[in-house]
Design a protein around this ligand. Structure first.
Ligand SMILES: *Cc1c(COP(=O)(O)O)cnc(C)c1O
Length: 868
């Protein structure tokens, strides 16, 4: 039933409490303990009941309670402190101000596009790791003072809420988000009218309005199509996250990418960098090229060049199946109008999203589009970077795998969001309040060792107890809803033991994460749980995608097992995993378990959250854990093997897991000194905090994005737009000229000189003959003659590429030495350089030519490499 009219009813706040509104409309409360305590103190039950949504709290709290608080000096003092903290946070001197502001280009601004954002449990517009990472990215950008804005969609229903039926089968609930009672501000023009944008869809336009979320100092803009006069279908474009069919998905991606660009313009924001977090937003590039052509009179190539100079792409998917693909006819239908506006033929447009541009049947890939439109591409851990280089290597034909220009920036977490309240107070006390932004090299981290063992352990034990109480309450509430028997409820109130080794496993139930690996041998598991000296317990949580039947089956198996008498006190499943459940778990567990199929966990972040709270990780060497100090801060399961046979792998790895739990983890945990403290375990907790908290933080991560991408791309874009885009036109002309003449380049001859004389002098064709012997470390002088045709020597770089030759006759991991231009004799350009071999054995030498131009951002961007 649609209401006739809707009103926004705002609470009447006594004057003394007016600053509550300021605090409530800034998500700063999601990582500021003082502010959260202010809200919770107002009415602790209501605060929990409204999912820690301060606007709902202010709307629902009784007026008498507000009047009471307005007279309570203790409360007013706390409110004053929290308000002061937000004010000084918004004004503080930041990393950006110190390191960049003075050199920033005009209007420097970074727009971060993502289909989901996980900022707080009261704003349920995320499904899992991708969204939480995006939320943490904004928070760290705010801490660092970056001129960054977020762009996303505001889902009326968000992601589903999970509950289980009596059989343990996942059911989904879709509560409607009431935007007017959330920390969201509708964007209006100076006359007070809603700002609306229009986006073209086949045969119609769809309207969207814009909401703003304040994330500290960073604004996040969210598009909402649930308005008149949009048709019902169009209103539902922003209904659900990852719901609906392929058509709905493409509608959403058009709204996110194209609508997002229009929304920023409507707000007067002109970014210098567009960051595509995953491929969902890649249509933004298409809209930007259209605008550049229409408004600046650029050709398609010029517009592509300009757009690309300011765009970047972060991929999160290590498997081809995870990538958004659309059949060509869907692209025709939804984006066909762009073909002519960009002056492109159908095939030319489709080629922008095709890995193999010659295959006219192949689908249109959003990831390929994003890569083709980006000047900086990265994966989210070192291992994932390598996997991505391999996965997309066909886009850079002829370029050695390790040089494929996809790099990596390892994910992190926003530490103030994820470190438990009491741990934060402890770190503040012993490390000083600046620890969340201190880099790994900061000596401040050494002070972790000064934290008294007893203090750290006391806080940890309290967090574990709290987790146990929280879990029991959740279990009882779950059972009540299911109208379970009193006995069952009674049992739930006694589930778990606050004193024993507690292991957490919580994540999306995608099958590659293998949630049931631990259940593979129930007898062994039973023995571990009920061990007379070293008992342990497991807490599971997680949602399966509504259409992922195998994922739901895994949940059912866990729940069924958790009902059996030998398991039920020690193994539980908490329903409806969300950011709040994560917080409780990562602060309270001793060990965080993760056992994905390597290398399918691009990064993973939940283990980082546990680590920053002193938790030990027990994990397959995948994602971030593969590059962590996995002996000092936890345990690796296996050594990074990859298997062909899945059943065999599960067998091997589950046994390794049982062995580790039994022989390493439990004995370490229960090794207690005479003073009752497990000093060695506490030592491990400290190592985890000291080593992992600074390294796997979004402060480190976002700073890396700024230094390696946002700042260089702002400069690149600024070069391209200079002289009214004349420099982009010039650069594009040069690129076209180079492209046309590239394959006319001929390497005519190579001469290699040794200290003892000429080693080889040959035309290239017969250089394969024979294999000569040189001494390691002998300097070799190489002289190359190249016919460049209409190109100039300064248009190219010549490189020697040397290294060990593998059994297929290819040079592996070649070392690159640039050669310098000497002179031109007739039509031959002469280049020369010196190399030497530091290793002995069969070594190869190759020569290659790459384009060069001072305006190029990196030597691979034209994807041209000519091998002699
Ligand atoms: C941190 C977090 C995730 C990400 O966890 P992974 O380790 O990537 O599986 C997912 N969901 C929620 C609610 C989180 O807080």
């Amino acid at each position: 039933m649609k209401p006739l009219r809707t009103f926004k009813v705002t609470p009447y706040l006594p004057a003394a409490l007016e600053s509550l509104r300021f605090l409530a409309y800034n998500l700063h409360f999601s990582w500021n303990v003082e502010t959260r305590n202010v809200f919770s103190r107002m009415d602790p039950d209501l605060w929990d009941r409204c999912a820690h949504n301060p606007i709902a709290l202010l709307g629902e709290i009784r007026q008498e309670r507000l009047d009471e608080l307005a007279e309570d000096p203790g409360f007013l003092a706390q409110l004053e402190r929290a308000t002061q903290q937000l004010h000084s946070y918004l004004q503080k001197d930041t990393w950006y101000r110190k390191h960049r502001a003075a050199h920033a280009v005009e209007g420097e601004c970074y727009a971060y596009f993502s289909a989901e954002f996980g900022l707080a449990d009261c704003l349920p517009i995320y499904s899992g790791g991708l969204g939480v990472l995006a939320g943490d990215h904004l928070k760290a950008a705010s801490d660092l003072g970056l001129p960054l804005v977020g762009v996303g969609l505001l889902y009326q229903k968000g992601y589903f809420r999970q509950y289980l039926n009596p059989d343990g089968w996942q059911q989904e609930r879709y509560p409607i988000n009431d935007f007017f009672n959330m920390p969201l501000e509708l964007q209006k023009d100076p006359e007070g009218k809603e700002i609306r944008i229009e986006v073209d869809y086949p045969n119609r336009k769809v309207l969207a309005r814009i909401w703003k979320v304040n994330v500290g100092r960073v604004p996040l803009y969210l598009l909402d199509t649930n308005i008149e006069p949009n048709s019902q279908y169009d209103q539902d474009i922003t209904d659900e996250l990852y719901g609906g069919d392929q058509d709905l998905r493409i509608h959403q991606e058009i709204m996110l990418g194209i609508g997002g660009v229009r929304a920023l313009r409507a707000l007067g924001i002109r970014p210098t960098v567009y960051h595509m977090n995953e491929g969902h937003s890649a249509f933004l590039a298409v809209e930007r090229m259209r605008l550049l052509m229409a408004e600046q009179g650029l050709s398609f190539e010029e517009a592509w060049q300009v757009a690309k100079s300011s765009q970047m792409f972060t991929t999160h998917t290590p498997v081809p199946a995870g990538i958004d693909l659309f059949p060509p006819d869907k692209i025709d239908y939804y984006l066909g109008s762009y073909y002519s506006q960009l002056g492109l033929s159908r095939e030319r447009f489709l080629a922008l999203g095709r890995e193999n541009t010659g295959d006219f049947q192949s689908p249109f890939s959003m990831a390929v589009l994003a890569i083709n439109m980006a000047s900086f591409v990265n994966g989210v851990s070192k291992l994932h970077g390598a996997v991505s280089r391999k996965m997309f290597s066909r886009l850079w034909p002829g370029i050695p795998l390790e040089e494929v220009p996809i790099t990596s920036i390892t994910n992190g977490i926003h530490t103030r969001t994820w470190v438990g309240e009491e741990y934060q107070a402890l770190y503040d006390r012993y490390l000083g309040p600046d620890w969340p932004e201190a880099p790994p090299s900061d000596p401040l981290w050494q002070k972790v060792d000064r934290i008294p063992d007893s203090e750290l352990w006391r806080i940890h034990e309290r967090s574990r107890s709290r987790l146990v109480s929280f879990t029991r309450e959740r279990l009882m509430a779950q059972l009540h809803k299911r109208a379970a028997s009193n006995i069952e409820v009674q049992r739930a109130s006694e589930a778990l033991n606050p004193e024993i080794l507690t292991i957490g496993f919580a994540r999306r139930f995608a099958t590659y994460k293998r949630a049931t690996l631990l259940l593979r041998n129930p007898d062994r598991l039973k023995a571990l749980l009920n061990h007379p000296k070293y008992p342990m317990q497991f807490i599971f949580a997680g949602k399966a995608h509504p259409r992922d039947t195998p994922g739901k089956e895994l949940i059912r198996q866990i729940v069924q097992l958790s009902r059996q008498p030998e398991f039920r006190q020690h193994l539980v499943f908490i329903e409806d995993y969300d950011m709040h459940v994560t917080s409780m778990m990562v602060a309270g567990v001793d060990v965080w378990l993760n056992n994905p199929l390597r290398p399918r966990e691009a990064s993973g972040t939940s283990g980082m959250k546990a680590a920053a709270n002193g938790g030990q990780n027990l994990s397959i060497l995948d994602g971030w854990w593969d590059e962590a100090d996995y002996y000092q801060t936890g345990w690796p399961i296996g050594r990074g093997e990859e298997y062909e046979d899945r059943a065999y792998q599960d067998e091997v790895e589950s046994n390794a897991l049982y062995d580790l739990l039994e022989q390493e983890v439990a004995p370490a945990f229960y090794q207690v000194s005479s003073d009752g403290l497990p000093h060695q375990w506490i030592q491990r907790m400290k190592q985890s905090i000291r080593l992992n908290a600074p390294l796997f933080s979004t402060q480190r991560m976002v700073q890396e994005y700024a230094e390696r991408a946002y700042i260089p791309l702002s400069n690149y874009f600024d070069r391209m737009r200079s002289e009214n885009f004349e420099s982009a036109r010039r650069f594009t002309r040069w690129q076209n000229h180079l492209q046309e003449n590239w394959y006319g380049i001929q390497v005519l001859g190579v001469q290699i000189e040794h200290p003892q004389g000429t080693l080889a002098k040959s035309g290239v064709q017969d250089s394969q003959q024979g294999c000569q012997t040189v001494m390691a470390r002998d300097p070799l002088t190489i002289t190359v003659e190249v016919r460049l045709g209409s190109l100039q020597p300064q248009d190219v770089v010549l490189q020697a590429y040397q290294g060990p030759v593998d059994d297929t006759g290819h040079i592996q991991q070649g070392q690159i030495t640039p050669m310098h231009y000497v002179q031109t004799v007739e039509d031959r350009a002469i280049f020369s350089g010196q190399i030497r071999y530091d290793a002995s054995g069969l070594q190869g030498l190759a020569l290659r030519v790459m384009p060069f131009h001072p305006d190029m951002h990196d030597p691979y961007e034209m994807r041209l490499m000519l091998w002699a």
